[in-house]
Design a protein around this ligand. Structure first.
Ligand SMILES: NC(=O)c1ccc[n+]([C@@H]2O[C@H](COP(=O)([O-])OP(=O)(O)OC[C@H]3O[C@@H](n4cnc5c(N)ncnc54)[C@H](OP(=O)(O)O)[C@@H]3O)[C@@H](O)[C@H]2O)c1
Length: 316
């Protein structure tokens, strides 16, 4: 059995990825959950849907541990609590959007940047330090990281505007513009891309060819809980109308299909590349901006400071 740590598996794409991995009957899952009741409901659904008798007889096969990615202390506590002797893979899939306003984490950082990027940055560093045998890292990004992306089915997000990590962490606007609030989401997804590219450069510089880091773009996956903070009419369309296009329109996917594609980046042994962006199951280029070495390095260095990552907490 290989151990996989995953964030954001209580719902949507992450749940389906966990579901797929469990069906392979060769993985133990450790799932970070911020709400114990939702963690329990997830485990029950996984048992019911995978019908894997081992889950009932070996309850450690799906282990939930408290993790609130909007708290750096919680990220550190989660990493410490993991008691697996070895970890094979990490999927950083949790993500949020706050179209309704400017929300900050308990550390005072804008929450979209804090949860989608900074918490995963910290967690990956802590895990690499604790588990030198960790081999596969996958982070869920999005095509909205690309300012040139035009959207699908008329759904688009304002393009990212990256200046510095501090500007992303501590925005100075009043949070009243839905456009700016949504732009924080595309910005956080660009940060995912900068982060994984810089991580892979650092691994390469360190001569480490064993650990792979890749990005996953699910395409548009309506019906997940990602639209939970949107106004009711948008939520209605997201949950009831847009899913009709899933797996019929080339840019629109069901959570089940998307979760499978995500899980394969861990499960498929023929995938040995690193530093790549998987658009569903195809490797494609990312935005021109995402290859900006200066911005990626600035984000990394600032993320070390913003997450208070100490020299003895990282392998770099
Ligand atoms: N759906 C799409 O069209 C789409 C497109 C491109 C990229 N993505 C990306 O795909 C990923 C999954 O999205 P989804 O659509 O499946 O969304 P979802 O259904 O809302 O799932 C999000 C997951 O993240 C978890 N999460 C959120 N905030 C957290 C926090 N502070 N601490 C711990 N866990 C937290 C949620 O847990 P709770 O149960 O506690 O809420 C949930 O499990 C995200 O990274 C998203 O940006 C989605």
């Amino acid at each position: 059995m290989k151990t996989i740590i995953i964030t954001g598996a209580t719902a949507g794409i992450g749940f389906e990825a966990a579901n797929f991995l469990l069906k392979q009957k060769k993985y133990n899952l450790i799932v970070g959950v911020r709400d114990a009741a939702r963690g329990k409901a997830m485990t029950s659904r996984l048992i019911a849907e995978t019908q894997n008798p081992n889950i009932q007889t070996l309850p450690t096969q799906v282990q939930t541990l408290p993790l609130d990615l909007s708290s750096l202390d919680s990220v550190r506590a989660f990493a410490e609590k993991i008691s697996a002797t070895e970890v094979y893979g990490f999927i950083g899939n949790a993500g949020i959007q706050h179209p309704e306003g400017l929300v900050r984490t308990s550390d005072g950082i804008e929450e979209t940047f804090g949860v989608n990027h900074l918490a995963h940055f910290l967690l990956v560093n802590l895990l690499l330090k604790k588990y030198p045998a960790l081999q596969r890292i996958v982070i869920t990004a999005s095509e909205v990281h690309d300012a040139a992306y035009k959207g699908a089915l008329g759904i688009s997000v304002p393009p990212p505007h990256y200046t510095t990590a501090d500007a992303a962490a501590y925005p100075t606007d009043d949070g009243k513009s839905q456009v700016e609030n949504q732009r924080r989401y595309s910005l956080s997804k660009l940060c995912n891309v900068f982060f994984v590219y810089e991580l892979c450069r650092k691994l390469q510089q360190a001569g480490n060819q064993r650990i792979t880091g890749n990005l996953f773009n699910p395409r548009l996956v309506p019906g997940t809980e990602l639209a939970r903070s949107f106004p009711p009419p948008i939520r209605f369309a997201w949950n009831n109308i847009l899913p009709l296009f899933a797996d019929r329109h080339p840019r629109v996917r069901s959570a089940a299909r998307s979760g499978r594609d995500l899980a394969k980046l861990i499960d498929d042994d023929s995938i040995t590349v690193s530093g790549k962006y998987f658009d569903a199951d195809e490797i494609t280029a990312t935005s021109k901006e995402s290859y900006d070495l200066g911005k990626a390095k600035e984000l990394w260095d600032a993320s070390v400071r913003l997450s208070h990552l100490k020299p003895d907490e990282t392998i770099f």
